[in-house]
Write a protein that binds this ligand. Structure first.
Ligand SMILES: Nc1nc2c(ncn2[C@@H]2O[C@H](COP(=O)(O)OP(=O)(O)OP(=O)(O)O)[C@@H](O)[C@H]2O)c(=O)[nH]1
Ligand SMILES: [Mg+2]
Length: 200
């Protein structure tokens, strides 16, 4: 089964995107499989609303292991199953918490085997002064450029502080396919859906 993986910095909106995108595809309830670096697995059943309450937060590193959901969508006349995997956010610093360090390593380890990389950035932070040098987003972008399927999701487009930043994102990452989205309001999801459909 094809796997789409969501990567990005902590707090960029990966988990909210995963859950609202599942809802956008018509899913009401989801089974989330949690897989830690050490190979421990657990599965939990949620409604989308419950999952958002439990799994999203403005606190950094709410997600610190892989969280996968099996979803499906219509592609032409067929219904295609695919796996959508949310990951631990990756930052430049070596984190003090071992669990988070391992979670970041797990995210990086997964990159080699994915079918579509969905790189989420918080567009409200990509202002004129944004320096991509030595930023983890730049590392993901460089890796994305040698992958067969990579898309950069400029998230939080609903915020007024994000609206004017789209050109800065395009300047910083000139070769990326960029889609502005609001994970909060499920905006821009039609384009993301079309992109996922081409890669599953
Ligand atoms: N305004 C706005 N807020 C958003 C959007 N997407 C996410 N947020 C908020 O940003 C915060 C982080 O969202 P999460 O989805 O938990 O972010 P994450 O990337 O999974 O974070 P970690 O798991 O910590 O790496 C939450 O308070 C969300 O409500 C968006 O499109 N618009
Ligand atoms: Mg998360």
């Amino acid at each position: 089964m094809r796997e789409c993986v969501i990567i990005g910095r902590p707090n960029s909106g990966k988990t909210l995107f995963a859950l609202n995108f599942a809802g956008y595809l018509g899913t009401k309830n989801i089974d989330v499989t949690f897989r830690t670096y050490d190979g421990l697995m657990a599965c939990r059943h949620f409604s989308i609303e419950e999952a958002k309450r439990e799994l999203c937060s403005s606190t950094l590193h709410k997600t610190c292991s892989l969280q996968s959901m099996l979803l499906n969508m219509k592609v032409g006349k067929a219904t295609v199953n695919f796996k959508l995997t949310d990951t631990c956010g990756v930052s430049e610093q070596i984190h003090a918490d071992e669990r988070i360090r391992k979670g970041m390593a797990q995210t990086i380890g997964l990159l080699r085997s994915v079918d579509l990389l969905l790189h989420v950035v918080d567009l409200s932070l990509i202002n004129k002064g944004f320096s991509k040098q030595s930023s983890i987003d730049n590392e993901f972008y460089n890796y994305g450029m040698i992958c067969k399927s990579y898309v950069l999701l400029g998230n939080k487009y609903d915020l007024s502080s994000a609206k004017n930043n789209l050109p800065h994102l395009a300047t910083a990452f000139p070769k990326a396919r960029i889609m502005p989205i609001s994970a909060l309001y499920s905006q821009g999801f039609r384009e993301v859906r079309a992109c996922v459909a081409r890669n599953i």
